[in-house]
Design a protein around this ligand. Structure first.
Ligand code: PHE
Length: 487
């Protein structure tokens, strides 16, 4: 409607002189008219020139005087012919009107103010201040001196009004047709394309920001861990099989078959295929032996070891299953010292809460050499964790079926100002290493930790489900920092 009004008016008239007056005439809001003028001007349908007008509006104080009279006039009206005491007059008028009224009325020589008494000097006056305020309020333009006087008293303030004067532009047409943005099959078939006006290309448009290419915090911390292992001379173990047999996951690690971790409450067993096809038979025999009756100075567990239990397939519950395969492979060749690491996924049949998932990642490191001691383990752990920014470590005795001694690792977190548990470690038992065929003087020191825990500490995430799984917030993945230094 506003657009038709503007274009229609210009069809018969030279110019719209003032968009404000035009809006009033047409009964359309000025804002709407202005928007249409801007748009038509952009497409050169019209030629618009700015007009700015300075107008005056009453301040809140000015408004009360326009209604009730100026304070000096109110004051004079309150002074009876015989005069009045200051105290009484102030009570009648209130503090503000009395104070301002006194100042102005004295200046105008309307009253005389003594120590205690106020008396009139004139019988009658006009309230010119009120008259001016009323006129300004009605849109009349006052003269310059009056404006200055009222401005000084902060009774009026300037207001800039913006509008346009409008003439026909080079592309003027009485009606605007929306330019087409696409050449379509329909308008090619109908022949309509010949008359269409096409919108020009904007080669400077920025286009949509490119999506994708964001690294998950777990990938970034994994990379950091990998770099530390590589700098320390470790080789990566192949962890590309999630499905493992109970044999490699538990039995080879001297974990007895009645151990609670082997229960389906803690472990996901496979239905299909439910059992493994092949195991190295001579080694299986030695493992059975060590479980049942011991050897190499051990008494074993003294129970009936069952092959069916070892055959059961499962989702590996720790990457130590891979370590056991690697050490067995190492034992088959002439002995060579090794440093191995892995970072990959493991599965536990656990109730999910803010710190636990049924699927998470383990970081695992091991060193296999002649004559390693617990001191070597502590030294390597100091080296490893100080590269992560944690140089204060404490160890607490712990228990794993496959390590002796075993230690939980605590690190002092400088940011959180407290000791946090950072991992588990130990020296692999002879009951695990000797049946594999490793030489008697070879010891293996090893440790493991989760990847999620340090990532949560580094990125300040307190619910593991925000980090991994189907409830992950993609916004977090896109907006997290490129890297975080120190643990
Ligand atoms: N496998 C252990 C775990 O799952 C970690 C560990 C690895 C402990 C190596 C000792 C030695 O917690």
């Amino acid at each position: 409607m506003a657009e038709e009004a503007v274009l229609g008016f210009l069809e018969k008239n030279e110019e719209i002189k003032d968009s404000g007056e035009f809006a009033v005439e047409k009964g359309i809001s000025h804002e709407e008219i202005v928007n249409v003028i801007k748009s038509l001007n952009g497409f050169r349908f019209v030629d618009a020139q700015d007009i700015k007008k300075e107008r005056w509006q009453l301040t809140a104080e000015g408004k009360t005087y326009a209604a009730n009279g100026s304070p000096e006039f109110q004051l004079l009206m309150a002074v009876p012919p015989e005069g009045i005491s200051r105290v009484e007059l102030q009570k009648k008028l209130g503090d503000s009107v009395f104070k301002i009224g006194c100042q102005q009325a004295i200046k105008n020589k309307w009253v005389e103010v003594g120590k205690s008494q106020v008396s009139r000097k004139v019988a009658h006056v006009d309230d010119s201040v009120k008259d001016m305020l009323v006129k300004i309020n009605n849109g009349e333009a006052p003269n310059k001196e009056d404006i200055d006087a009222l401005k000084r008293r902060k009774l009026i303030s300037p207001q800039v009004w913006k509008g346009y004067s409008v003439k026909k532009g080079p592309n003027y047409a009485p009606k605007r047709r929306k330019p087409a943005t696409d050449l379509t099959r329909e308008n090619l078939q109908s022949g309509e394309w010949k008359d269409l006006q096409f919108k020009e290309y904007n080669f400077l448009a920025k286009g949509f920001p490119i999506e994708g290419g964001y690294l998950h915090p777990l990938l970034k911390v994994r990379r950091q861990m990998q770099m530390i292992f590589l700098q320390m001379g470790f080789e990566e173990m192949p962890t590309n099989n999630y499905v493992e047999s109970s044999f490699w996951n538990f039995d080879a690690l001297f974990q007895p078959q009645q151990h609670p971790a082997r229960d389906s409450h803690d472990t996901f067993f496979l239905k299909e295929p439910s059992t493994t096809k092949t195991l190295p038979e001579d080694y299986v025999e030695r493992v059975k032996q060590i479980h049942e009756s011991g050897g190499h100075g051990s008494r074993g567990y003294g129970y009936d070891w069952k092959r069916e239990e070892a055959n059961k397939n499962l989702l590996r519950t720790h990457t130590t299953a891979v370590s056991s395969r690697m050490l067995y492979a190492l034992a088959k060749k002439p002995f060579e010292a090794k440093r191995y690491y892995s970072i990959d996924r493991v599965f536990r049949n656990e109730a999910v809460d803010r710190t636990h998932l049924a699927e998470f990642h383990q970081i695992e490191g091991l060193i296999c050499d002649r004559g390693l001691s617990l001191g070597d383990l502590q030294g390597v752990l100091h080296d490893f964790f100080s590269r992560l920014g944690m140089s204060k470590l404490r160890f607490k005795p712990a228990y794993n079926p496959y390590t002796e001694p075993s230690m939980e690792i605590f690190g002092y977190h400088e940011g959180l100002k407290k000791w946090v548990e950072v991992g588990n470690s130990g020296m692999f038992r002879p009951e695990m290493l000797l049946p594999m065929g490793l030489p008697e003087d070879v010891t293996v020191i090893a440790w493991g930790l989760s990847l999620e825990r340090p990532t949560m500490i580094l990125y300040g995430i307190d619910n593991i489900r925000d980090l991994f799984g189907h409830k992950v917030d993609l916004g977090l993945i896109k907006s997290n920092p490129i890297c975080r230094i120190g643990l």
